[in-house]
Design a protein around this ligand. Structure first.
Ligand SMILES: *Cc1c(COP(=O)(O)O)cnc(C)c1O
Length: 389
């Protein structure tokens, strides 16, 4: 065997996003024991930083030792018991995954299905909640498979009104658009590290309200998966002093998350959100000047995930291959019903810069022209620059 040397890539797909050198170097610091007092101090700092990032001062916040899907699985498996009713809004791939998990937890699952590209319809969700007593409402804030943003505040409010706990997938939203757990009064909110936080994949920050914690400690039967059982996990991540072995924390991955959090607070959360919005406006202006169009209606668009329609006669996969080969640029393909129909261009975390926008427009126009679709790269760059100032 030989050491693996990854190629240099520019990551503008649906995640992972570019990881900054400071985070990469934090990952390479010496491994210490997970019960070392210094490591425990790091864990405490990460917990407090996550409370600040989610704006969840009264929630228990920890990073789960697995990717974003682990947050989803933890939320669903801890809150639901066999026979509980669960309403799941599905407007893309990740809502579908939540419904699958809720079924595996033995819940009675009621789905509210939407065409891909639309935000979740609050009135239809409320109608589903009114049908019968419901334990959990689950939905995705930022649907990465389509680029649509849903109204988390209104959806959490209807869950509260009908006595249901809310589970909000913020894997792609956290760090890129406003996530305000306290204002939403949300119950379980989880994210991932490799989208707008720009750390490597492998951790899932999660926040649990007091209501959610009470529901979990009052379960009739044990949580069916052991690693993600909050009743056990909290003895590890819980208060100072009482920490006992549960699993071995992914120590170096937590150094990386810690450094990514330091970088976010250095920039300022609001400044980072403005940066995502500005680069998105520039990208969209360039895309439209190049003769392409966006899938999602303007008011519902996510800045960090841009779904661009593939024009007639253009080979979707050949364009992705071209930009990877000639520009070391990764963009994403469409999923499910959008397969072959769209490209998914991420502007997440460290990948949300003016340089990334200009590089992507240049590469995309070149790839389109190679297929005989006339895309004017000069016009695209001028339109983007007009927004970047
Ligand atoms: C990426 C993503 C997930 C899954 O995260 P993994 O880290 O891939 O497990 C879940 N929900 C949404 C909205 C995502 O974008």
């Amino acid at each position: 065997m030989q050491s693996f040397q990854p190629p240099r890539r520019i990551l503008m797909g649906p995640g992972p996003s570019d990881v900054s050198p400071r985070v990469l170097s934090a990952l390479a610091r010496p491994t210490i024991g997970h019960l070392d007092p210094q490591f425990q101090a790091l864990m405490e700092e990460i917990k407090a930083a996550l409370q600040r990032l989610f704006n969840a001062p009264d929630h228990a916040c920890v990073p789960l030792p697995a990717p974003g899907t682990a947050g989803m699985e933890a939320a669903i498996m801890n809150l639901l018991e066999p026979g509980d009713r669960c309403v799941v809004a599905i407007n893309g791939a990740f809502g579908g995954r939540m419904a699958d998990m809720a079924g595996r937890a033995g819940a009675t699952v009621v789905t509210v299905d939407h065409d891909w590209g639309l935000p979740v319809d609050v009135a239809r969700v409320e109608a589903a909640l009114s049908g019968a007593p419901t334990k959990v409402l689950a939905f995705v804030h930022a649907e990465t498979s389509t680029g649509a943003r849903s109204d988390a505040a209104s959806l959490c409010a209807v869950a509260r009104k009908h006595g249901a706990l809310s589970v909000v997938d913020c894997v792609t939203s956290l760090g890129g658009i406003v996530v305000d757990v306290a204002a939403w009064d949300a119950d379980v909110v989880y994210s991932g590290t490799q989208k707008c936080l720009s750390a490597p994949p492998g951790l899932s920050p999660i926040a649990l309200s007091k209501r959610a914690q009470a529901a979990i400690s009052g379960r009739k039967e044990k949580v069916r998966n052991w690693l993600l059982d909050f009743n056990l996990l909290m003895s590890y991540w819980g208060g100072e002093g009482g920490r006992t072995y549960h699993h071995t924390a992914p120590i170096n991955a937590l150094y990386g998350l810690h450094e990514a959090l330091v970088a976010i607070f250095e920039e300022g959360q609001q400044a980072a959100i403005v940066r995502h919005a500005r680069t998105h406006e520039a990208l969209v202006a360039g895309i439209e000047a190049a003769g392409l169009s966006m899938l999602v209606a303007e008011k519902d668009r996510l800045p960090q995930l841009n779904t661009v329609r593939v024009p007639d006669g253009v080979d979707e996969a050949a364009v992705r291959t071209h930009v990877l080969k000639h520009w070391d640029l990764e963009i994403g393909a469409g999923l499910g019903p959008l397969k072959g129909q769209v490209w998914r261009i991420g502007l997440m975390g460290a990948s949300a810069t003016a340089w990334h926008v200009r590089l992507c427009l240049t590469a995309l126009c070149e790839a389109l022209n190679a297929q005989g679709f006339k895309a004017d790269a000069q016009a695209a760059l001028a339109a983007a620059d007009g927004k970047l100032g």
